[in-house]
Ligand binder design. Structure first.
Ligand code: GLU
Length: 463
C-alpha cells in the first residue's frame, strides 16, 4: 500500500523551521514510495487560528516546493464527524460523560503535582447519568481507558515505546462546551483521510499513546508513527526567536533559496552516509531515509546552513538569480548584461541573495562608507602618489576590458617594483569600499573607465 501522510499545522503563527522540517520529512518519506502528501489545517482553536497564518503557511510550503496532493483539509469544517465519533464512543460505552464540577476536580488536584482523574463517573448507573442530563448539568466526555496492561507502539525513529496504562487516566476527549480536544480530532481526521504514517515532532510523543487508545476505542487500525527529534539553537536550547530567524518567510526575505533551506533541514539529524551533502529536492526524495534519522536533537548551525546555501547559490543559473535579485532591488534591472556578470562574480562568494546584494552596492555608485581599520591598514603615506601614477597609466587605455587591465597592471607593478599589497589593495578599497571581493579587473570593467578613474581621484583627494 502506498503511504498517505499529512502535515497538520495549527494556523496560530507562520511556518517555522520545525514545521518546515516536519513537512519536508513527510514529503520525502511518502514521495520516495510514490505516496501522497496531504495538508490539514488544524484550526479548531477559533481564537488563536487566523486565516492570515494559514495563507502564510501555504505560501511558505509552496515556496519550498512542498506541493500537496488533493484538496487541503480544514478541521473547522469537520465538526459533524467529530460529533459522530463522540456519539459512537458514548454508545459503545468506550467513553462516558463526566459531571464532576471544576471545584470537585480542583479539590482532588490540590496538593498533587500530577493530576490523575480517579474515574469518578466511570461506573455510574444509567439513571444517575440521565438525571444529570435532565438537569442540564454540564459534562465533559472522557475515554474509558484500560486500567491494566501497556500501550505500545513501534516508533520509526525511536523504536519501541511503551507506556503503562496505569499512567493514563480517563482523559477528556470533549470539553464541557462540547468541543472535542486535539487528540480526538486528530485521530478522527487521520482515520478519515486514510493516513498510514503520522510523522511529527517529538513533542507529540506523549499524545501518541492516548491517540492509540482512541483508535482502539473506535475500532480502527492505528497508523505507523515517527517522531522527529527537536531542533535546537546553537546553545542547545530549543530553537526559538532568541536564536534569530525561525520563520521560513524570514529566510525567504533574506534571499535564501528554498532548495538550500530544504537541503539543510533534511540534513538535521540525518546524513546520506556519503561525503556529498548538497542535494536538490528530487535527490533528497531518493536518498532520505526516515529510519536513519538520529534520535538526538539536532542543532541548527547557521554557519553550516550558510555553507549549504552558498553551494546552492553557486549551482544556480545566474539569470534565474537575477530575476530574484531584481525583485529585491530594481536597480539590478537597469543593465542586464552588467548585472548578470556581477552575479556570476558574486554567486560563488555569497551566502544568500541579500548577502550578494549588500556586498555589491559599489556597482551602483561610489562606496558610501569606508572601513576605517582597513583604510588605516592599506592607505599609506605614499599611496596617493602611487594611485596618481596608476591613474595616469590607465588613462590612455581605450579598450577597458579586464584582460587588458590585468596586463597593464602587471607592467605597472614590474616597472615600479611595487607589490600587490601596495597597489591592488588600496585600489580595491578606493573602488569598492572594502578589501574583499571578486577580481578587481572584472570589477573595473563593469564600472567602466570614467567611473573607475573618478573613484581613484576621489580617494586621492579624500583619504
Ligand atoms: N496541529 C498539531 C501541531 O501543529 C499537529 C500535530 C500532528 O501532526 O499530529 O503540532
Amino acid at each position: 500500500m502506498k503511504p498517505r501522510v499529512r502535515f497538520a499545522p495549527s494556523p496560530t503563527g507562520q511556518l517555522h523551521l520545525g514545521g518546515a522540517r516536519t513537512a519536508l520529512s513527510n514529503f520525502l518519506f511518502t514521495k520516495s514510495q510514490g505516496g501522497s502528501f496531504l495538508v490539514r489545517i488544524e484550526d479548531t482553536d477559533l481564537e488563536r487560528s487566523k486565516t492570515e497564518h494559514t495563507d502564510q503557511i501555504c505560501d511558505s510550503l509552496k515556496w519550498l516546493g512542498l506541493h500537496w496532493d488533493e484538496e487541503m483539509a480544514y478541521q473547522s469544517e469537520n465538526g459533524s464527524s467529530y460529533e459522530k465519533g463522540l456519539d459512537s464512543l458514548l454508545e459503545s460505552g468506550k467513553a462516558y460523560r463526566c459531571f464532576a464540577s471544576k471545584e470537585e476536580l480542583d479539590d482532588i488536584r490540590e496538593g498533587s503535582d500530577s493530576f490523575h482523574y480517579p474515574g469518578i463517573w466511570r461506573d455510574r448507573q444509567e439513571k444517575e447519568i440521565q438525571r444529570e442530563i435532565d438537569e442540564g448539568t454540564p459534562f465533559t466526555i472522557r475515554l474509558r481507558t484500560p486500567q491494566t496492561g501497556n500501550t505500545e507502539f513501534n516508533d520509526l525513529i525511536y523504536g519501541s515505546i511503551t507506556v503503562s496504562n496505569t499512567e493514563i487516566d480517563d482523559f477528556i476527549i470533549a470539553r464541557s462546551d462540547g468541543s472535542p480536544v486535539y487528540n480526538f480530532t486528530n485521530v478522527i481526521d487521520d482515520q478519515a483521510m486514510g493516513i498510514t504514517h503520522v510523522i511529527r515532532g517529538e513533542d507529540h510523543v506523549s499524545n501518541t499513546s492516548k491517540q492509540i487508545l482512541i483508535y482502539e476505542a473506535l475500532g480502527h487500525d492505528t497508523p505507523e508513527f515517527a517522531h522527529l527529534p527537536m531542533i535546537l539553537g546553537e546553545d542547545k536550547k530549543r530553537l526559538s526567536k532568541r536564536h534569530g530567524a525561525t520563520g521560513v518567510d524570514e529566510y525567504r526575505r533574506s534571499g535564501y533559496q528554498p532548495g538550500a533551506l530544504l537541503n539543510y533541514l533534511a540534513l538535521l539529524g540525518w546524513n546520506p552516509g556519503t561525503e556529498e551533502e548538497i542535494f536538490d529536492l528530487d535527490e533528497l526524495v531518493n536518498k532520505f531515509d526516515l529510519g536513519k534519522v538520529q534520535k538526538k536533537s539536532a542543532v541548527f548551525d547557521h554557519k553550516k546552513f550558510n555553507w549549504v546555501s552558498s553551494q546552492h547559490l553557486m549551482a544556480q543559473d545566474s539569470s534565474d538569480l537575477l530575476e530574484n535579485v531584481i525583485e529585491m532591488d530594481p536597480r539590478w534591472g537597469e543593465d542586464h548584461d552588467r548585472s548578470l556578470r556581477m552575479i556570476d562574480l558574486m554567486k560563488p562568494r555569497s551566502n544568500s541573495l541579500v548577502d550578494l546584494i549588500d556586498r555589491s552596492g559599489y556597482l551602483f555608485g561610489k562606496p558610501e562608507e569606508f572601513n576605517e581599520a582597513e583604510l588605516a591598514k592599506v592607505w599609506k603615506e605614499d599611496t596617493p602618489g602611487i594611485m596618481k601614477d596608476l591613474g595616469t597609466r590607465l588613462e590612455p587605455i581605450s579598450d577597458w576590458a579586464s584582460s587588458k587591465l590585468e596586463s597593464r597592471f602587471k607592467e605597472f607593478m614590474e616597472e615600479t617594483g611595487l607589490g600587490f599589497g601596495r597597489v591592488m589593495r588600496p585600489l580595491r578599497l578606493a573602488l569598492c569600499g572594502s578589501l574583499q571581493g571578486p577580481s578587481l579587473f572584472e570589477i573595473m570593467e563593469l564600472l567602466g573607465k570614467d567611473e573607475s578613474l573618478n573613484r581613484i581621484n576621489y580617494a586621492i583627494s579624500e583619504f
